[in-house]
Design a protein around this ligand. Structure first.
Ligand code: SDX
Length: 431
């Protein structure tokens, strides 16, 4: 825990209060207001938490102005270039890059937990075939606690470890099963002789009727998408997982809550919404019409894939994904993909428009991820499930960090009450 290095003076009605200021290893100082209500009898007010640090963490740091993202101190572009998803999972979970032996052991543990309890396949049958895969994932992940009782005791370090590995291992299997179920194809079991990203692609696209070979460029692009979405500080879904976990709920239920939050179009659902928007724009000549709508105060239309609560510069993940988009589309011979042409021209026109420049609205991670996933053959309904597969390690890492925090207490925000003051009940005859 950071120590107070100085203090802030707050004066209310002539009374002065000294509030400790805590200094981070990097980033803004924070004013410690934990004793504010007991000392001064006032709350702070910050809907959306734009100026509020909800916890202290050692996992991920974002500098929105510089467009920097560090995982345990390592820049995301170096990890995307030199590392791979399971190694980044190890880094996020345990704080250091693994040795060769640690990496081999971790990958073996994940590989040997990828299968789902055979009884769970019947859960899928309860859904309509046209159910959104995210609806299925929320239900099935929440149901994991009904099948894996031996890893739900959050006070047992060994059970926490087993639950963590199980979720990282099983999420691709569940997402692939959700996809197969919605297209009426049989489930494809995971294999232990291929890597994590290849396994996911094979579970999604293989059919029993023929052999399936994963293209190494596509599995590398899939792994990079997993790496780039792994964790992102205290975003909405991670904060949901932390708040749910603070009540002592089992980890599977908390991750299901994170999946539900991620589904929203303002958050992880933006990759699906972005591609649907690009398709609606359809051709380059219609871009000005949509940019005008995004700028129109009376139109609630927003450019999906643009803007970010924290990044007021280019999202560093979008930069890396832009390279991958070019590689994948060139490999697939669809570099003249009309959706990609619209995306590239939209980016160019938006970045040249003072409205977006002044409001620091740049393409975010969702802008290019959808284009790559579409090129790889995924329907838009699978974009957010893929985001959820990747972010599971971020949710789990933040959950593990919180659970062992000696300051852990149930999250219970207060409010600015502006409703009716006390009044007496009126019988219906007198209303
Ligand atoms: C993710 O938090 C995370 O870290 C999330 C994430 C992660 O890895 O977990 O990075 C993943 O969720 C990325 C964001 C994906 N969402 C989208 O692409 C949806 C489109 N973006 C917007 O909904 C919006 O930019 C948000 C929600 C992302 C951020 O909104 P903010 O920071 O709350 O900003 P705001 O809504 O207060 O907008 C500020 C101004 C407003 O104009 P004014 O009222 O000041 O005149 O910018 C405008 C907004 O109208 N604005 C946009 C815009 N985003 C903001 N105008 C047009 N198009 C947009 N996309």
């Amino acid at each position: 825990m950071a120590e107070a290095t100085k203090s802030a003076k707050l004066s209310i009605d002539g009374n002065d209060f000294d509030l400790p200021i805590l200094s981070p290893s990097v980033g803004p100082d924070v004013i410690d207001i934990r004793k504010l209500y007991s000392q001064a009898g006032v709350f702070t007010y910050d809907p959306g938490f734009t100026s509020t640090a909800s916890c202290d963490s050692t996992i991920t740091f974002i500098d929105g102005n510089k467009g920097e993202l560090l995982h345990r101190g390592y820049p995301i572009d170096q990890l995307a270039d030199k590392s791979h998803y399971l190694e980044v999972c190890y880094l996020l979970l345990y704080g250091e890059l693994p040795s060769a032996a640690q990496a081999e052991d971790f990958e073996s543990r994940v590989t040997n937990h990828t299968m789902l309890h055979e009884q769970m396949q019947f859960l899928f049958r309860g859904f309509r075939r046209d159910a959104h895969p995210m609806a299925i994932m929320v239900g099935v992940v929440g149901a994991l606690s009904a099948f894996y009782h031996d890893s739900t005791d959050i006070n047992d370090p060994w059970q926490r470890e087993v639950a963590s590995v199980r979720m990282i291992a099983k999420m691709p299997t569940i997402a692939a099963m959700a996809y197969k179920y919605t297209i009426g194809q049989p489930f494809v079991y995971p294999r232990n002789d291929i890597d994590y990203a290849s396994n996911f692609l094979r579970m999604c696209f293989a059919v029993p009727a023929e052999d399936y070979e994963v293209n190494p460029i596509l599995s590398r692009a899939m792994d990079r998408i997993f790496t780039l979405h792994a964790d992102h500080e205290q975003n909405a879904s991670t904060s949901t997982v932390r708040l749910a976990s603070s009540s002592g709920a089992n980890p599977f239920a908390c991750i299901a809550a994170g999946i539900a939050c991620l589904w929203g179009p303002a958050h992880g659902g933006a990759n699906q919404a972005c591609l649907e928007m690009l398709r609606e724009i359809g051709t380059v000549d219609r871009i000005p019409e949509f940019i005008a709508r995004a700028k129109d105060k009376n139109d609630d239309f927003r450019l999906m894939g643009f803007g970010h609560r924290v990044y007021k510069n280019f999202d560093p993940r979008a930069k890396v994904l832009k390279q991958s988009a070019d590689e994948v589309l060139e490999l697939l011979g669809v570099e003249d993909n009309p959706t990609l042409q619209v995306a590239k021209e939209l980016e160019k026109q938006a970045l040249a428009d003072p409205y977006f420049a002044d409001k620091k609205l740049f393409p975010n991670v969702d802008f290019y991820s959808g284009i790559i996933l579409e090129a790889m053959g995924f329907p838009t309904s699978m974009f957010t499930p893929i985001f959820a597969v990747s972010r599971t390690v971020g949710w789990i890492s933040q959950w593990k960090e919180m659970i062992v925090d000696p300051q852990l207490k149930i999250g219970r925000p207060r409010q600015l009450y502006t409703g009716a003051v006390q009044r007496d009940y009126v019988d219906i005859e007198k209303r």
